[in-house]
Design a protein around this ligand. Structure first.
Ligand code: PRT
Ligand code: ZN
Length: 304
């Protein structure tokens, strides 16, 4: 019996969060790249139907280790998790063999230092001798070291924001997005330690040569999806004489298509892909420049 070449059975493995803040957006990104999946019964494994790509659904904290071990080739996590685990591994003398391939456009947050709202904070030196509650001992310790401050880190795995009112810490470092949690706990964001978004990580383990083209195609599609998200297709009518002015207003447009309008010698139709956000202000400027029939459409996919 003829067996297929060994390499043909190789599949790219991507780890994403099973449930939580990054779960839906990570999976949606892969779907927007045109990947379709069959889910296993326990919903922990998704088999790519149309491409040799499988998805493992796991806790976000486990993703760096899966990459270090080479169990997965790629993973989507917050930069905060990737950097925290890198620092902790380095401290323990272990390897943190993974790197960032791409910054993604979801999961934005920041790791911040927060102090009780009535207390003053004039800079990192104020932390000398204090107790800092955090789930991020690596990043917090790194920040203290950078500023030459000695403080005690109280490591907590959750509900960090209640530590000052419970009396178990003086200040905290925690992830913040809207700031509601801090305000509800009478804390004030004093300093940003790190800004974070979700990132696509790649294992440092060598990838099977047969999977390099699969990876490259996926990366090109991710670029297309990320670019399309911002981009809009703009159509409008405008006086021929104002062409240059209109081109200047259209944000991030390269060379617009100019079409003649039947029965109108002095006006043309302009179509352009705007690669930057089109704000209402831009539309008002276009109108002031004589544009009419302005249409702004979403871009589904884009291939550079
Ligand atoms: O179960 P699993 O271990 O997989 O998930 P998890 O509970 O560890 O993580 P999850 O789903 O809460 O967060 C996953 C990632 O989302 C984080 O590592 C960040 O990269 C990103 N992210 C973005 C956030 C937030 N925004 C965020 N606001 N992660 C947590 N928060 C929490 C924060 O800890 C605090 O309790 O939300 C609260 C603050 O929110 P605001 O809006 O009140 O400021
Ligand atoms: Zn987690």
């Amino acid at each position: 019996m003829e067996s297929s070449p060994a390499t043909s059975s190789k599949r790219l493995k991507i780890a994403v969060q099973k449930s939580g803040r990054l779960a839906d957006a990570s999976f949606h990104l892969l779907e927007r790249c045109g990947l379709t999946f069959a889910r296993s019964k326990d919903k922990l494994f998704c088999y790519g139907r149309n491409v040799p790509v499988d998805v493992l659904l796991v806790r976000d904290d486990d993703i760096p280790q899966l990459l270090v071990d080479g169990v997965c080739d790629l993973g989507v996590v917050g930069q905060n998790v990737a950097e925290e685990q890198r620092l902790m591994r380095t401290q323990r003398g272990e390897v943190a063999d993974y790197g960032t391939l791409k910054q993604l456009d979801f999961g934005a947050c920041r790791l911040s230092l927060a102090v009780p709202e009535m207390e003053s904070f004039d800079g990192p030196q104020d932390l000398e001798g204090k107790r800092i509650a955090t789930s991020y001992p690596g990043l917090t310790g790194h920040y203290l070291k950078q500023h030459g401050v000695n403080a005690r880190i109280v490591r907590l795995s959750g509900s960090v924001e209640i530590a000052p009112s419970m009396g178990t810490a003086d200040v905290i470092t925690d992830l913040v997005s809207t700031g509601t949690t801090l305000r509800a706990n009478h804390l004030r964001e004093a300093e940003i330690i790190m800004k974070s978004t979700a990132v696509l990580l790649r294992s440092g383990q060598p990838l099977d040569a047969s999977l390099e083209p699969v990876l490259n195609r996926l990366l090109a599609r991710i670029d297309g999806v990320l670019e399309a998200q911002e981009s809009k297709y703009v159509m409008l009518h405008a006086p021929k004489s104002r062409l240059d002015q209109i081109r200047e207003i259209l944000p991030g447009a390269e060379s617009p298509t100019v079409l003649s309008l039947e029965g109108q010698d002095d006006r043309v139709a302009i179509h352009a892909v705007c690669r930057e956000t089109v704000f209402w202000e831009h539309l008002e400027e276009l109108k002031a420049a004589g544009a009419s029939a302005v249409l702004v459409l979403p871009v589904e996919k884009m291939l550079a």
